[in-house]
Structure formats: C-alpha cells, structure tokens
Design a protein around this ligand. Structure first.
Ligand SMILES: N[C@@H](CCC(=O)N[C@@H](CS)C(=O)NCC(=O)O)C(=O)O
Length: 226
C-alpha cells in the first residue's frame, strides 16, 4: 500500500506525520508543496501535511499519526494498554494545543522577521509559562516523554518543543523549560534513523521555505492579531 505525504520539510506538522511513517517502516513517497499550492480537495484549510491513502486523503497531522499507528501496529506508536495509550494521546494533545499552537502566535516575529504586538506577547507569555508547567507535570522523560518506551508523544515532543523553546529565547530571552535538559532528550531521539533523516531534511528545507515566505509575504498561520 503506497501512501503519499504532501507538505514541506521545514514544517513541524509535516515532520510529525513523516516521523510516524518512517518509524513504522511505511511504504510512502514525499511530495514537497508549500501552503499556497496545497490541494484543498485533500486538505480543506490548505494546511500541510496531508496524506493520500488508497482510500482517499487525510488531513491533520495527529489524524495521520493515528492512521499510521493503526495500520502499522508493529511500530508500537501507542502502548497496547488502553489507559497508557490514552496517556500518550494526552501528551500529544498538550503538545499540539497548549504548547505549539500558543507559541505559533509569535512565529511571525520569532522566525520570519515580522512584528507582533506587545499585548499579544504578554498574553502569550503567561499562557506559555502556565502550559509548560502543566505539560511538565504530565511528561516523564524517563527517558521517553511517556515513560520507558518510545511513543507517538516523542514524535510530537521532538517536532514542537524546539519551536516553543525558540519562541521563549527570541521573544522573551527566556529558557521556558527552565533547567530541563531538552538538548539531551532531543539528541537521544536524533540517534534514531527516522529522526536523523527528518532533522537533516528539515535543515535542508529551511532556505526554500524562507524564500517561499518572502515571496508569499505571509508567514504561515500568522494570526490576525499579530
Ligand atoms: N492542526 C494542523 C496544523 C497544520 C499547520 O498549521 N501546518 C502549517 C505548516 S507547519 C501550514 O500548513 N500552515 C499554512 C496555513 O495555515 O495557511 C495539523 O496538525 O496538521
């Protein structure tokens, strides 16, 4: 069953789905496409990533991760115990909703040379500090984010935590994760071949994406308030 993943290598959400596919040893091909050219019959909001399956297209990175997990159970992206699997999903939800999406409000300034209002920065800092604390209450990092075993939550953590940390440093001059050794955790994951490949592809894809952003003159997902 060949799957086709659409999006771009510099996208953290694209990389979530790509990591799940690579970790699962799935048969898939990659198709580089920036948001302005995304096929809206496959991804109605024009967002990356989407996955074309033999049954039709799927948008939303977490939906794709779940689909890969169910079609490739040997990859064990979720524990077999229902409660433990739900705990992994809880971490994924916190990472997407309360960390990445909140930090994303500031990407225009942190990553793309734009400007966001002081009011938005102040409001977002309060939320980020509160949400990082809540996430750290759930995260085990022993050594994986959900505990002893690698899971889908490590995929979300690997793609999103560096973005949150970058926003903290560039906007507030702060280490939002305090004394937690995020570098060491990320290095442990980068030692896995799927992560090493994805990180290398992401680094190689940044220049093209920055050129796209300049031409499109619109940082992706820039909130109207920014
Ligand atoms: N909730 C979505 C978020 C995807 C997303 O925001 N992707 C960004 C790239 S990292 C994008 O395509 N943005 C284009 C836009 O929003 O116009 C998911 O999990 O797939």
């Amino acid at each position: 069953m060949t799957l086709s993943l659409y999006g771009f290598n510099a996208s953290n959400y694209y990389n979530k789905s790509k990591l799940a596919l690579l970790e699962a040893g799935a048969d898939f091909t990659e198709h580089q496409v920036f948001p302005s050219a995304i096929d809206r019959s496959s991804s109605p909001l024009g967002k990356a990533p989407y996955l074309v399956t033999p049954h039709g297209p799927l948008s939303e990175s977490q939906v794709i991760v779940e689909y890969v997990a169910q079609t490739h159970p040997a990859a064990k992206l979720y524990p077999s115990d229902p409660f433990e699997a739900a705990k992994v999903r809880e971490l994924c939800a916190y990472l997407d909703t309360y960390l990445e999406l909140v930090a994303r409000r500031l990407y225009a300034e942190a990553l793309f040379g734009g400007k966001v209002s002081d009011g938005l920065k102040e409001m977002t800092r309060k939320e980020l500090v509160n949400n990082v604390k809540a996430f750290r209450q759930l995260a085990k990092f022993s050594p994986f984010v959900a505990g002893d075993n690698f899971s889908a939550a490590d995929i979300s953590a690997y793609t999103h935590l560096p973005m949150v940390r970058t926003v903290g440093k560039r906007i507030y001059g702060e280490e939002l994760f305090g004394d937690f050794d995020l570098k060491n955790y990320l290095a442990m994951l980068t030692a896995r071949p799927a992560f090493a490949k994805t990180a290398a592809d992401a680094a190689a894809g940044i220049a093209d994406f920055m050129a796209y952003v300049q031409v499109a003159n619109r940082p992706p997902s820039t909130p109207a308030a920014a």
